[in-house]
Design a protein around this ligand. Structure first.
Ligand code: RAT
Ligand code: ZN
Length: 416
């Protein structure tokens, strides 16, 4: 039945948004089998690096003193600073409130009372199931770092939970070769600083070995804002001779997350990075030079979004995804996604969460979907006004593409 009334659209969009199973294609989450890497609970939530950097804005506590505190004490410090002595209006602050509200946690300014609720959630498997269920998340793509010694060991174990899909993340390889080749040597790869034929073969062997261990759905790197390709540089050579040939061999998409400016304030540790304006010609070269290679692309700088969307229009081997990191706020999600709808139609991956702690799935997706709802209603009402015959099934299909299928089809993932 074609839709005839504008008010039908809201209902259909709401229903479809509630029903559609999401695949969260970039997170830092791990299932419980990854032991210490699987993060849940209020103290972890308060230690989120977005909240930590905000806390320091209100505090003259020496950085070292903060980092010497236990995780519990740091959580208390963040809580006192941002939630007791301030109103938590930032996106990360409101996000925590959304989590508490969605989980029905009795909220007061007394952190210990909130902790009591979280302490009662003893079965981590059931707890995670409940959160994924509430957020309607079907599958979660992890970020898997073979250079992290803790994670490397954990890959010796079996990880049977099929809902968690690996992504092989190789930042150190491409971005810090001079620190990375000694690491490769210590892992048994016969490499040297100069990219000799043997070194190239050994780096390829390293990538293949980890593909065999992880069976990733894609390979990923984040790249600095000054990333430049092609260039007479190690990172160009590593891309052309090591990474891209192995991706081609396994038909693995490469995710490029472009525009980081790392360690702007190293005292903040993980919270010390920011964004920089990047240059798009490099991406253009990659897409043109490797037409068979699929690239999943997101960029960190707001100022790059317009160029990115126009470039994405030119290359079908590129799929734009998500509003990354500092762009993951309602205002910027709306601005950026509307630009994408206008120029790409429904052919982009609406969002990824970048969650590090499980409960964050609740707020990141609730906030993003709230914005999406408004845009979808507007889009379909505009089509109706133009006399377009559309059905609920059309709308459901489109929403499925934005939240799941565009990714699944692009990386050629088997359906769950
Ligand atoms: O968003 C974040 O939590 C950042 O710290 C980064 O991890 C970023 O998303 C990345 O994947 O590099
Ligand atoms: Zn991330």
């Amino acid at each position: 039945q074609p839709i005839t009334q504008p008010n039908e659209i809201e209902k259909i969009v709401d229903h479809a948004l509630n029903q559609t199973k999401i695949i969260d294609m970039h997170t830092h989450l791990f299932p419980p089998s990854f032991e210490s890497l699987c993060l849940t609970g209020i103290d972890q939530l308060l230690n989120y690096h977005y909240l930590v950097s905000e806390t320091f804005l209100w505090s003259d506590l020496p950085y070292e003193t903060f980092w010497r505190l236990s995780e519990k004490e740091r959580a208390e410090y963040v809580w006192e600073t941002l939630f007791v002595h301030n109103s938590p209006v930032s996106e990360a602050g409101q996000g925590l409130l959304t989590i508490l509200q969605m989980l029905d946690v009795p909220v007061s300014k007394d952190l210990n009372q909130i902790r009591r609720w979280f302490n009662q959630q003893r079965d981590v498997h059931k707890y995670i199931d409940r959160i994924m269920d509430m957020a309607n998340i079907d599958r979660i793509v992890m970020t898997n770092d073979p250079f992290d010694p803790v994670e490397r060991k954990l890959w010796k174990k079996q990880h049977p939970d099929q809902r968690f899909l690996p992504a092989l993340r190789l930042d150190p390889l491409l971005n810090h070769w001079s620190d990375t080749y000694p690491l490769l040597q210590s892992m048994g790869y016969d490499v040297m600083e100069k990219l000799t034929t043997q070194t190239v073969e050994q780096v390829q062997r390293f990538i293949r070995d980890w593909i065999a261990v992880m069976n990733p759905v894609y390979v990923a790197v984040s790249l600095p804002y000054y990333f430049n390709y092609p260039q007479d540089s190690v990172s160009t050579a590593l891309l052309d001779h090591c990474l891209l040939p192995v991706c081609a061999e396994y038909r693995l998409p490469l995710a490029l997350m472009i525009g980081t400016k790392r360690r702007v304030n190293p005292d903040l540790q993980l919270a010390g990075d920011m964004a920089g304006h990047a240059e798009l010609t490099s991406l253009e070269h990659l897409c043109r030079n490797y037409p068979q290679q699929k690239f999943l692309v997101t960029m960190l700088s707001r100022e790059n979004q317009y160029e990115l969307v126009t470039l994405a229009q030119k290359f079908r081997n590129m799929m734009v995804f998500g509003c990354w990191w500092f762009l993951n706020t309602p205002q910027l999600i709306e601005e950026i996604s509307q630009m994408r709808f206008d120029q790409l139609g429904n052919r982009f991956i609406f969002q990824h969460s970048d969650c590090r702690i499980f409960e964050q799935l609740l707020y990141k997706w609730a906030h993003s979907k709230q914005v999406l709802r408004g845009m979808l209603v507007k889009n379909y009402q505009a089509l109706l006004e133009r006399g377009w015959q559309q059905t609920a099934a059309d709308i459901r299909r489109d929403i499925d593409k934005l939240l799941c299928r565009n990714f699944v089809d692009f990386v050629q993932l088997p359906s769950s």
